[in-house]
Design a protein around this ligand. Structure first.
Ligand code: RFL
Length: 407
């Protein structure tokens, strides 16, 4: 990506102070913060506006993240549309166990589907704050990132012409499959990876929730999860072999398996519905060990991925975006370098905290079905401790709510 011949066939050239690559929660939040401070920027996105406003993914927002959005004037619709969650339920050995995390910590979760948040952020960035955004761009390339005049180029969707945008900073917010991470110079930015060795069949059902809270089912046949997304849509997860084909999971097999794994004494029956999304996620994580190189700053999934085990990815993306947006504003309006200098370390403290919690929780979810009696024994010990010790339950609650993390 940092080739010597920067923009072959270059056409029109332009100039902005910041180019943000990617219009997900991270990129749009950075853009909205920049626009609120009057900083000129451009957001580039490969998909269409309609597509990103409908793409279902995450749904759980931590309270500190909502407060952060609120402080930046980014919660126009959220208070009216988000649900407030105060407890979750673990089901194992045929019994239900409630963990009342709000009672323990005073903090709660919000359930607000990612596509609602993205819709709000696009509107705020582009329509309200007048931010420039190009949808449907192709072949985004980054150049001269180590100089003080970096540039980003892309193919214009209408004309097919290459446009070049010179800038002062590039915010790499293009998710797990984007191009900005690959622009980090080899050898300088370390990448560490972890593979959980399991897959999750991620499902969206056109059905009301089957319980009033998030449910985690630990079963000898594998983990199963239930998460509300709205009055008529519910997300379910089923542990499966990594690389399984979603086509091997027809409607009846899915619901039989969910009933089995989420079954417990006194549990309300599952409310079945048409499956509108069915995809297998390989459960893995990675962390880029410096999120800044020259004039490129990464944020969100572009810099780190946490498997959706603990529902952390969107929250981490927002945490990065708050810090990056504020740091860029300080640098570009007052010449204050301190935010950018500490940016990577401040983000990574929270990122590693979430990686560690995901590992711990993964063993709780997956040990029972591992076929290894030692791992199954560890799972049982962790679950017993959670419900025998208020201190252990509070420590879990703090990590689940993201209040234990520093930064
Ligand atoms: P995104 O949301 O992937 O946005 C990146 C954007 O960049 C675009 N793009 C490019 N644009 C320009 N040039 C390129 N070369 C580009 N390549 C890509 C993409 O089209 C996209 O619009 O990254 P961001 O902003 O860092 O946000 C991260 C979150 O989306 C992610 O962490 C969460 O969805 C993870 N996640 C969850 N996180 C939570 O906090 N709570 C949850 O409950 C939760 N559930 C989930 C999840 C992720 C899931 N999947 C699909 C992996 C459930 C699932 C099923």
């Amino acid at each position: 990506m940092t080739a010597a011949s920067p923009h072959p066939g270059s056409g029109a050239r332009g100039r902005r102070r910041v180019v943000v690559v990617g219009a997900g929660p991270a990129g749009l939040t950075v853009g909205a913060v920049l626009r609120a401070a009057g900083v000129d920027c451009l957001v580039l996105e490969t998909e269409s506006r309609e597509f990103i406003e409908r793409r279902p993914r995450a749904g759980v927002l931590e309270e500190w993240a909502v407060r952060g959005l609120e402080r930046r004037g980014l919660t126009r619709n959220l208070p009216a549309r988000a649900q407030r969650h105060t407890e979750c339920e673990f089901r194992f050995a045929g019994e239900r166990h409630r963990l009342r995390y709000t009672e323990l910590t005073g903090q709660h979760h919000y359930v607000y589907p990612q596509q609602f948040l993205v819709t709000d952020l696009v509107r705020e960035y582009a329509d309200v704050r007048g931010g420039a955004i190009r949808f449907g761009v192709r072949d985004v390339r980054l150049n001269d990132l180590e100089s003080d005049r970096p540039s980003v180029s892309y193919l214009c969707p209408e004309s097919g012409e290459r446009r070049v945008v010179e800038c002062e900073f590039v915010a790499g917010c293009d998710g797990a499959h984007g191009v900005t991470r690959t622009a980090l110079p080899a050898g300088r930015a370390g990448l560490s990876r972890y593979d959980y060795g399991v897959g999750w069949l991620a499902l969206l059902a056109e059905a009301p929730p089957s319980c009033d809270c998030v449910v985690f089912g630990m079963h000898p046949r594998g983990f199963a999860g239930h998460m509300q997304r709205g009055p008529d849509v519910t997300r379910y997860y089923l542990q499966c072999p990594p690389g399984d084909d979603p086509a091997d999971w027809p409607h009846d097999r899915v619901w039989t398996e969910l009933r089995e794994r989420l079954g417990a004494r006194g549990a309300p029956p599952l409310r079945e519905g048409r499956l509108i999304e069915k995809r297998v996620l390989g459960m893995h994580g990675y962390v880029v060990t410096s999120m800044v190189s020259g004039r490129l700053c990464l944020a969100g999934d572009a810099a780190h991925l946490t498997a959706p085990i603990a529902a952390k990815g969107m929250n981490l993306a927002l945490h990065d975006a708050f810090l990056l947006g504020d740091a860029l504003v300080a640098r570009l309006t007052e010449g204050d370098e301190r935010g950018l200098a500490g940016y990577s370390a401040a983000c990574l403290a929270r990122v590693w905290d979430c990686q560690e919690f995901s590992q711990w929780l993964s063993e709780v979810y997956h040990g029972t079905a591992s076929g290894d009696p030692y791992r199954a024994g560890l799972t049982q010990a962790r679950l017993r401790r959670l419900f025998a010790s208020r201190t252990a339950a509070t420590a879990f609650a703090e990590q689940y709510l993201g209040t234990a993390a520093t930064g």
